[in-house]
Design a binder for this molecule. Structure first.
Ligand code: ARG
Length: 645
């Protein structure tokens, strides 16, 4: 077991526990997965004893008269391993496992030498499709699409890190009845439409609005527009060309957003699947799944009170026909095993329905857990600070480019306020402003459970003052509630004083945040990383040399201090965390890990002297390992790291 890679600590331990369970009660079926979660008396805990006890009630050997005895047997039968330092049984039979400090230290050293890729999770999938961002041509690309872009990119990055080949698909809405109207309007406005480009049209959204107004008010125009759809779908060259031009203008605008966010996407829009739709519907019909209903062709599905419409009553195809066909294509042509869709939860029913239809057609296994598999990654609304849907002041949809510009400008002015423009080159200021600004927007989105609505607030994601105020506010309520004597009041006054002094003496915001343990923001985390880098830089030591020292038998890292050990353990949990975030498609799990990592580090750094201490080499290596893991987290979250503050 010694040479085993440390990839997923939890899994490595689970394997040992599993072996022990087998030999403890050989003739009883045990759950294949053992719970080895963090316990209080150990680093991991196995709590199978109670369940096992009730399972073997009838045939239990006499020595297992109480659950605790089962726990003791599990402990005794654990295979010998250099991972484990000690074990104990608590309460009714919880088996607590304490990891060996030496093994932990060695594993961290090895990661430093072999690279963090050796900690990548191993998933049972070779190829996945992540369908994300997917805005609609000419219509608004709104904050919902921004969420989809940010969440989808992170999921793709986590899967790629886990050695899954990811097809990053932009399923843009580039096919639909709105094009008839847009094309007719284009012809009307620009008789020489071939020369039209984005500068002539200016704002495609305004163009859409104007054409919609025309469509709604003029019956003649409406008629022409409806005919235009038919001509476009019939493939008439002039209409196809106009369509392609409109798409191209939209594409340029989308690309600006992707470029700023550093997001890679391959466009395969709705139109791409169009030629395949009739064949797919044909197959489904021959399987007896499709029925006529009120002129439309539909699939009735158990558990839904409305049918899935696959051909509209006018003979046209819709969102569902395209999605069913795209799924067919992804399974059969692209041979993807896991197909992931990232949209707002409002579309859940649509996904549930066509996933179900695919199961009925035999494209997917019905149990939902084996592969190939589909998953809908739903997310909540983006709200403004007024608690309503996020809009601009004039209640327009917020242009994403403007939003990102503002994030950058705001973080740049904070840097200038701190005089960084005098210390740094212009390029460094711009780079840091972008990393912090865009990072803040991404992290604020990713840190919440994606299903909850989230309030978009620049103040909150960039400005620490608010964090202090809310901190004070919560404490005030807390102390009022507790109100148990002068001690708490003194405590409160002390906090208040610290806050006031911090603000008064103009303590840099990151320090203010630190002293109040607030600021679960990208800014805080990026600065935490930069601080670690500067500690290493200022030590004057070459990390590569230090790493070499750890190749020897004795090893260079020691985890004797409780805070060193806690930091080390947290570092080692990186792989299981990414694996959990990947399997459950929950980026917030990784954010939480990252935030806790910086907290563990802060505790370690305030209680263990690094530079100039006898443990300097070991502690610098721990700093480096923390920085490496933090950077990988940033990378997976699509955030660019910052090295200087
Ligand atoms: N274009 C859609 C929208 O803006 C999202 C498409 C999501 N992907 C899909 N395969 N349905 O709401």
């Amino acid at each position: 077991a010694e040479e085993e890679n440390v990839g997923n600590l939890k899994k490595l331990l689970a394997r040992l526990v599993e072996a022990s369970l087998q030999s403890t009660v050989p003739d009883v079926e045990v759950e294949p997965l053992v719970a080895a979660s963090a316990g209080n008396f150990g680093d991991y805990q196995c709590n199978n004893a109670m369940g096992l006890f009730s399972k073997i009630k009838d045939k239990k050997p006499s020595e297992f008269n109480i659950p605790r005895a089962v726990g003791q047997a599990i402990m005794k039968n654990l295979p010998a391993s250099n991972m484990i330092e000690s074990t104990s049984v608590a309460g009714p039979g919880f088996v607590n496992i304490v990891l060996s400090k030496q093994w932990m230290a060695k594993s961290i050293e090895r990661m430093l030498i072999d690279g963090i890729e050796t900690w990548a999770p191993k998933l049972p999938v070779k190829r996945a499709v992540v369908d994300f961002s997917s805005p609609n041509i000419a219509k608004e690309m709104h904050v919902g699409h921004l969420r989809s872009t940010i969440i989808g990119d992170t999921i793709a990055r986590m899967l790629e890190f886990s050695n899954v080949e990811v097809l990053r698909r932009n399923h843009v809405g580039d096919w639909g009845t709105q094009f008839g109207m847009l094309i007719e309007f284009l012809f009307e406005k620009f008789p020489n439409f071939e020369d039209v480009n984005e500068t002539a049209i200016g704002d495609l959204q305004a163009f859409y609005k104007a054409s919609k107004a025309r469509f709604d008010s003029d019956a003649d125009f409406k008629d022409k527009a409806q005919k235009a759809v038919v001509r476009l779908q019939g493939g008439e060259p002039k209409y196809r060309q106009a369509w392609a031009q409109i798409c191209e203008i939209s594409r340029k605008e989308f690309d600006q957003v992707y470029q700023r966010l550093g997001v890679q996407l391959e466009e395969k829009g709705e139109s791409f699947y169009n030629p395949y739709i009739p064949g797919v519907i044909e197959t489904l019909t021959s399987q007896g799944l499709v029925t006529e209903s009120e002129g439309a062709r539909v699939i009735f599905l158990d558990g839904f009170n409305i049918p899935l419409i696959v051909v509209k009553s006018d003979g046209g195809f819709n969102y569902a026909s395209t999605d069913l066909t795209a799924l067919w294509y992804r399974l059969n042509e692209e041979r993807a095993e896991w197909i992931i869709y990232v949209t707002d939860v409002g579309q859940s029913q649509h996904f549930e329905m066509f996933f179900k239809a695919a199961k009925c057609a035999g494209w997917l296994p019905t149990d939902g857990s084996s592969y190939p598999k589909t998953s809908h990654v739903g997310f909540g609304l983006v709200l403004g600070e007024d608690g309503k849907r996020f809009r601009t002041r004039s209640s327009e949809v917020v242009r994403l480019v403007d939003l990102l510009d503002e994030a950058k400008t705001r973080s740049e002015s904070v840097l200038i306020e701190r005089g960084k423009d005098k210390e740094w080159t212009r390029e460094e200021v711009v780079q840091t402003a972008e990393a912090v600004g865009y990072g803040a927007v991404k992290y604020a989105d990713l840190k919440n459970n994606r299903l909850t609505n989230y309030t978009f607030s620049f103040e909150q994601m960039l400005n620490d003052k608010l964090a202090i105020e809310s901190y004070l506010y919560f404490h005030l309520i807390f102390y009022l509630l507790v109100l148990c004597g002068s001690c708490t009041i003194i405590c409160f006054c002390e906090h208040l004083l610290r806050c006031m002094i911090a603000v008064a003496i103009g303590l840099p915001p990151h320090l203010r945040l630190m002293s109040f343990e607030q600021g679960n923001t990208a800014v805080y985390l990026l600065y935490a990383h930069a601080r670690i880098c500067s500690i290493i830089r200022k030590s004057g030591k070459d990390i590569e040399d230090l790493k070499k020292a750890s190749c020897g038998w004795t090893g260079a890292i020691v985890l004797d201090h409780a805070d060193e050990r806690a930091l080390g353990l947290h570092l080692l949990r990186f792989a299981e965390t990414v694996e959990e975030a990947c399997s459950n498609l929950l980026p917030n799990v990784l954010c939480e890990y990252l935030y806790n990592l910086s907290e563990h580090y802060t505790r370690f750094y305030s209680n263990c002297q690094v530079v100039g201490s006898p443990e300097e080499t070991s502690r610098l290596l721990l700093c480096e390992a923390t920085a490496v893991v933090m950077r990988k987290c940033f990378f997976l979250l699509g955030i660019a790291p910052v090295y200087k503050i």
